[in-house]
Ligand binder design. Structure first.
Ligand code: GDP
Ligand code: GDP
Length: 435
């Protein structure tokens, strides 16, 4: 059962502005009833790791007062019936209106938890205005600004605190899911077998749910992890064509189901364009990534071979140079432990949260050392940075002219960020916001 947050309120108070701020993915539902076209929007959002569905009850096309009244009740009630929590939005600029009072009556009848959200409290003076909304008789009135985001955190804290404890919690939450990907003959099955070799390492076989993949839960070398294996991999159904392998639905599903992708390469064949394609896909999906160069035992080596090989791969990776490379021999059992250790480390770095103070202490110095180049005679000032509470590590940099920050400078910031904080194997995202 998912938690549902419904945003209601008269037109123009800022519902969709808030909705757009919250949702990562959205679906517009078009209703066309009684000649009135409106959209009710649904979207997926999360706050401090808690997921929920947001419904924006949309705007109303007002006709005569009576019809309006009827429509309000019908539409709003439908959304409210589904809701866990109701956010009843009002506007500090205009203050309390008759239409707000109408809404208050509708909302009250539903008998669900309601927070009054006084929006457009863009400054302190405006937020004092919020006081008058207490007269509607609800317990909680929050003031916030959908446009700038200020005060929204307090609202969301209160909202998620009302969610019931999740009894359908994934028992494996917090356990890294690893996928082993690679061209035929790279050594994937051998690697799995080496791990499976010791039957005691297997904790449970988690039955494939809707998909064909087999997830096996391991406790091995003191590490807890799940291998999102595909039936195809274990049964060694080999496709002739390399590209065909990578495009098999199973390989792609294993990638999508995983937290970290281990891309295995046959050292005797080297790093090829298909490998780069799968890495590109993992990067696009914001998965943790590492490269495992296997069959290292078959390579004739001198003191420089390792570095040379690594450099060649790094050149092909280009800007994706955050991806670590490990050299293994599955048959000789060389560095198998380190490979698993690296994959689980990547998983944990991906969930890392950098404190705002540590982030600013490190990054503001780097920005001072090399400020963003001026554009069209305008100076760009980055004032501070903060990590957003998203699943993929995302860092917001607040500045006066965010649209003037160009990719090379973004790259500079990402590189410095990676020097200060360990995000090896983890794709990170930088966003620039106006302040
Ligand atoms: P809805 O009809 O309730 O969905 O309202 P919208 O989200 O479309 O917002 C209506 C207008 O209010 C738009 O022009 C928004 O830019 C503006 N608005 C929304 N939130 C804020 C806010 O926090 N402060 C200010 N000053 N304007 C806002
Ligand atoms: P898959 O198609 O990726 O699952 O590859 P397999 O695990 O079936 O391995 C293909 C062949 O490579 C088999 O003959 C393995 O014994 C061999 N192989 C796998 N890993 C290594 C390794 O580290 N060194 C050597 N010399 N051979 C390996």
């Amino acid at each position: 059962m998912s938690n549902i947050v419904a945003i209601v309120g008269r037109p123009n108070v800022g519902k969709s502005t808030f909705f757009n701020r919250l949702v990562e993915r959205k679906q517009a539902i078009m209703d066309n009833e009684s000649g009135v076209t409106r959209d009710r929007q649904y979207g997926e959002a999360q706050w401090i790791g808690k997921k929920f569905t947001v419904i924006d009850t949309g705007g109303y096309v007002t006709g005569s007062n009576d019809i309006f009244e009827k429509e309000i009740r019908k539409q709003v009630k439908e959304a409210l019936k589904e809701a866990t929590v109701i956010l009843f939005m009002v506007d500090c600029h205009t203050g309390l209106t008759d239409m707000d009072k109408d809404f208050a009556n509708v909302v009250r009848e539903v008998g669900k938890p309601v927070f009054v959200v006084a929006n457009k409290a863009d400054n302190t003076e405006k937020s004092y205005m919020a006081g008058e909304f207490y007269s509607m008789g609800f317990d909680e009135v929050f003031s916030m600004s959908s446009a700038s985001g200020s005060g929204t955190g307090e609202v969301l804290d209160a909202v998620v605190a009302l969610f019931p404890e999740d009894d359908h919690k994934d028992p494996f939450e917090g356990v890294p899911r690893l996928a082993i990907l690679g061209r035929p003959n790279a050594g994937k099955s051998s690697f799995l077998n080496a791990l499976l070799g010791d039957e005691r390492t297997i904790v449970t076989d988690i039955a494939g749910t809707t998909r064909d993949s087999i997830n096996t839960h391991y406790k091995l070398y003191g590490k807890d992890f799940i291998l999102t294996d595909t039936a195809g991999l274990r049964k060694k159904t080999k496709t002739k064509d390399d590209i065909e392998f990578y495009s098999t639905i199973r390989a792609i599903q294993a990638l999508q189901d995983s937290d970290v992708c281990i891309v295995m390469i046959d050292a005797t064949r080297g790093f090829e364009s298909q490998d780069m394609q799968i890495i590109g896909l993992a990067h696009k999906n914001k998965k943790g990534i590492m490269i495992m160069v296997n069959k290292w035992d078959l390579i004739e080596k001198d003191g420089k071979t390792h570095d040379k090989f690594k450099k060649e791969i790094q050149e092909k990776l280009g800007p994706l140079d955050y991806i670590p490379i490990i050299f293994t021999s599955v048959t000789e059992k060389q560095r198998i432990f380190q490979a698993i250790e690296l994959a689980t480390k990547i998983y944990f770095s991906r969930t890392e949260k950098v404190t705002t103070s540590a982030l600013n202490e490190a990054m503001l110095k780097e920005i001072e050392k090399y400020p963003p180049p001026a554009l069209k005679g305008k100076h760009i000032k980055i004032k501070y940075a903060t990590q957003l509470p998203t699943y993929t590590p995302t860092f917001a940099f607040f500045c006066n002219l965010p649209q003037y920050i160009k990719p090379p400078y973004e790259r500079y910031l990402e590189n410095r960020l990676r020097e200060h904080f360990d995000f090896e194997g983890v794709p990170v995202k930088l966003v620039f916001r106006k302040k």
